[in-house]
Design a protein around this ligand. Structure first.
Ligand code: 13P
Ligand code: SF4
Length: 301
């Protein structure tokens, strides 16, 4: 039996559904039932019918799925697949900022641990951050953990006063302005597409800025033929599947998230066979982390 048939059989036998983020390898995406950006995957997790959610991604994504659907088992392919940015805020700093700015809303990028979410007022993803923050009545916004996404949102919402944190995604911040300029010299007709986790000088060179799904949608709708992609290379799988007549270029050789790449087909099969490791979370923490996620889903509708 080939690996795809094995996955199909195990899924049916074990009442499992496979969710994957666009940054995992194409061969894993190809075996998933649903592939999407962080917002899509969070929304989807609320309505999943199967008992077992096999999550191909990093731990904050699995945690969100568990928090939004606590009766389900969430199984990660690799427990060590974690997003370094998800930890990049000092919990005491949240208390300090709340003390200093009485009207502040603590806005937490979904790329964060459940402990950070539990201390926040609302979550956002890269595809709904502007919409969600603009819907908040608060003037002061403490946006955690990502500094780059915060600056991108702040520029769109000058009516708000942002307090910034210094978290970042190492994969996106390693993409330098010079790399994009070089890629533009090599491919002068290409459209530059960037994820808002990129640095400000890179975003200034971009024609399209958006989440992974937004980048994929924009490339599909575009009548242009060439694209320079400033985000993790996992998106190339869907971009190339949907647009066989278009060309997609990286800006640097190593545009890969090592944690996302820990998700492999062999680990997927093992997860389906054993239904382990199951994500286990403290009940109180889950309840506290649920509120900002649910608020996001309401405000982003
Ligand atoms: P999106 O899919 O929401 O664009 O997320 C980017 C990301 O870094 C996920 O780890
Ligand atoms: Fe985290 Fe960046 Fe990897 Fe996304 S790409 S999981 S933000 S390290």
């Amino acid at each position: 039996m080939n690996k795809a048939d094995k996955v199909k059989k195990l899924k049916e036998e074990n009442d499992a559904v496979i969710l994957a983020h666009y940054y995992v390898d194409g061969e894993v995406q190809a075996l998933a039932d649903y592939v999407g950006d962080s917002y899509y995957l969070s929304k989807l997790a609320t309505g999943v019918k199967q008992k077992n959610i096999i999550f191909c991604g990093v731990s904050f994504m699995g945690e969100s799925a568990k928090v939004l659907n606590p009766d389900k088992n969430v199984i990660m392919l690799d427990e060590t697949a974690d997003c370094p940015m998800a930890h990049m805020v000092d919990l005491d700093k949240i208390d300090e900022v709340r003390e200093k700015y009485k009207d502040v809303a603590v806005v937490c990028y979904v790329n964060s641990t459940a402990e950070i979410k539990a201390k926040s007022d609302v979550c956002v993803t890269s595809s709904n951050a502007v919409k969600v923050v603009s819907a908040l009545p608060n003037k002061h916004i403490f946006f955690i953990p990502d500094n780059n996404l915060a600056r991108y949102v702040a520029e769109k919402l000058p009516q708000k006063e942002f307090i910034f944190n210094d978290g970042y995604c190492h994969v996106h911040t390693e993409i330098r302005m010079e790399d994009v300029e070089n890629a533009k010299r090599l491919h002068p007709d290409a459209v530059v597409m960037a994820h808002p986790e990129c640095k400000e000088d890179v975003l200034k060179l971009a024609d399209v800025i958006g989440s992974t799904s937004e980048i994929i949608d924009a490339a599909e709708k575009s009548d242009k033929k060439e694209f320079i992609i400033c985000t993790e290379t996992g998106v190339f799988y869907e971009l190339e599947q949907k647009n066989p007549d278009k060309k997609f270029y990286v800006v640097r050789e190593r545009q890969c998230c090592p944690d996302m790449k820990k998700n492999t087909v062999d680990k997927l099969i093992k997860a389906l066979e054993t239904l382990e490791p199951k994500l286990s979370m403290d009940e109180e923490l889950m309840k506290a982390a649920n509120l900002p996620l649910v608020r996001m889903l309401e405000l982003a509708k």
